[in-house]
Design a protein around this ligand. Sequence first.
Ligand SMILES: [Zn+2]
Length: 239
Amino acid sequence: MNEVDLLFVSAHPDDTELSCGGTIVTSVKRGLRCGMIDLTRGEMGTRGTPQTRKREAQASAKILGASFREQLDFHDGGLLTGREQELELIEIIRRTKPKLIFTPYPDDRHPDHTRAGRLVTEAAFYAGLKSMKTQYDAHRPQATIYYIQNYQRDFSFVVDVTAAWKTKMRAIAAFKSQFHDPKSKEPKTFISDAKFLDLIEARGRHFGMLIGSTYGEAFVTKQPPRVVDMIGAYGGREV
Ligand SMILES: [Zn+2]
């Protein structure tokens, strides 16, 4: 784990790809360093094994251009959020010094997403407390940014990921055991249905349409971003 500009934390491997894979690709192209943390190994998944998920997750991180991807073991299906897990995250934040940290919105259909969002929000704050002594120096990201998963949210900004869309979908496809594969003999799930990838496509198009581009990824923050270039921000949306 090295220092990064953006740190993406997910409850399960593939959460980040689905919600903000395009943002990683776009950011890496702009010269930003992106790190990925999966809080669990996804061991409760209906299809595949934790070993396959790990291999798929590493292949996907490579496609996205992430500097690193680490998998923690906070228990899939009952994500642990005690002091021990909080301290492990605080150390990761202090060690990797992200300027922005991304995590699930802390209220979602899957309770692990809700727990992950809360845990990361709190760890990001505590990581900045100088009087809390750990191995690494205090560091607090500028903002905790929430990505949208199952439940619809009022979002704070949308990132244009048009140029990154194909790469994002390739990264998702790296999770062969999870998503649609007509040859697979494993039990069918909501996300293994071909229609699921259509939904991802439709959501990307919808967010893109709102900002006058083809594809977008939407995010929620507690406070709005500071816009420097208002005209640029609305470019391509002439009414
Ligand atoms: Zn998940």
